[in-house]
Design a protein around this ligand. Structure first.
Ligand SMILES: *Cc1c(COP(=O)(O)O)cnc(C)c1O
Length: 396
């Protein structure tokens, strides 16, 4: 039996063969600890880390001293949010974020609430975008941090970071962005966008799992941060622990590859997405979730009327690896917090499919999945005696 077609690239991506090739020597002959300063094994690992740090800094228009390697975006988000809260609580205890953020932002915020911080969770409109006026009105004298993601992991929506950065800078509030889904997919510029902290990860962009980074601004303003993991003092004391050289090398290679082919890859994914949408939207009662154009090129998220969400996923399972809601919450029976934030009823939010199209997908695969999705929906609806007059809401 052949394996299902992989269309879940917001959950994770395969390691690009060129990335794996770059990593391999650092597991075996170049295995040194980058902190070992007394011999050549350490020096060559240190040189590799230094080069990788430069590549990642360049990718977001930062300097290498502003990059701290972490185990991924979850850890980077925790370090950014808790680290700022701990360093600035004398100045204020108010944090602003958005209802549609990833759990790795929402949960540290919840934790801080339990310690006495106050968090405002901004709503989004039916397209998934925040209201900039509302953001500005929410800022107070005691607001120490705004955290707004660059690209949403469920609906792919891109928040207007440049405008958000301007507002935060004007009010002298630090801006953190979770860019796990955005790095090497859309242009990111911490200077042009006035971003003070940015979380990154490798495994959404064809790099290995278990590695990411936090960008921490050093000038205008210099961001203070309380470390969350103490030990050997690596990463200038901001994140102790022996650096994971092979993963760091792979992360940099993945980012380099992604940047070098960003335009062509966007085009490829956008075409495949339109190909998929033009087929499934022939059916009635299919809703596009999220802004029709201001979104990641490879993301298609739909809600389907007249079917049960789990039956739909089950029906598609042999053909396509897709998800409903986010991977982290797909085992739970509560609907996605992102889709309910768009104003969907629980039932519609639950009957949703997230397609994450990636670098290695082909038009034939898309056609096969579209055909199967349509027939699965039709047969489920027949069983439910579904009839509906509402047509698909959006055009891409
Ligand atoms: C995947 C993801 C994370 C978690 O990243 P890890 O590197 O797996 O810890 C955080 N935020 C967003 C938006 C993501 O898509």
């Amino acid at each position: 039996m052949s394996r299902p077609i992989y269309l879940d690239c917001h959950s994770t991506t395969p390691v690009d063969p060129q990335v794996l090739e770059a990593m391999l020597p650092y597991f075996t002959e170049r295995f040194g600890n980058p902190s070992s300063i007394t011999h050549a094994y350490g020096w060559e690992a240190e040189a590799a880390v230094k080069q990788a740090r430069q590549t990642i800094a360049d990718a977001i228009n930062a300097t290498p001293e502003e990059i701290v390697f972490t185990s991924g975006a979850t850890e980077a988000n925790n370090l950014a949010i808790k680290g700022v809260a701990e360093a600035y609580f004398n100045r204020g205890r108010h944090i602003v974020t958005v209802q549609t953020e990833h759990r790795a932002v929402l949960d540290p915020c919840k934790y801080l609430e339990s310690l006495g911080f106050e968090v405002t969770y901004l709503p989004v409109n039916s397209d998934g975008l925040i209201d900039l006026k509302q953001l500005e009105q929410t800022l107070r004298a005691d607001t120490i941090l705004v955290s707004v993601m660059a690209a949403n992991n469920e609906i792919g929506v891109l928040q207007p970071l440049t405008e958000i950065g301007k507002i935060c800078r004007t009010h002298q509030v630090l801006l953190h962005t979770d860019a796990a889904q955005a790095i090497a997919k859309i242009p990111l510029d911490v200077e042009g966008m006035n971003i003070d902290l940015m979380s990154l990860t490798a495994h959404k962009v064809y790099g290995p799992k278990g590695i990411g980074a936090l960008y921490i601004r050093r000038r205008n303003p210099r961001v203070r941060l309380a470390s969350q993991i103490q030990g050997g003092g690596q990463e200038r004391g901001m994140r102790s622990g022996t650096l994971y050289t092979p993963q760091i090398v792979g992360f940099a290679k993945a980012v380099e590859l992604g940047l070098s082919q960003m335009a062509s890859e966007s085009q490829h994914q956008l075409q495949l997405k339109q190909r998929l949408w033009s087929q499934v939207s022939q059916l009635e009662g299919i809703h596009l979730n999220g802004h029709p154009t201001q979104r990641l090129p490879g993301n298609l998220n739909i809600s389907v009327e007249g079917v049960d969400g789990s039956a739909l996923l089950l029906g598609l399972q042999p053909t396509a690896a897709v998800s409903s809601g986010s991977a982290c919450s797909s085992t739970s029976t509560t609907p996605s917090h992102v889709l309910t934030a768009l104003g969907h009823s629980e039932k519609l939010a639950y009957a949703s499919l997230r397609f994450g199209i990636g670098r290695f997908n082909t038009a034939e695969e898309i056609d096969k999945v579209a055909k199967e999705a349509i027939s699965t929906i039709q047969s489920l609806r027949q069983a439910n005696n579904f009839s509906n007059t509402s047509h698909s809401l959006h055009r891409l």
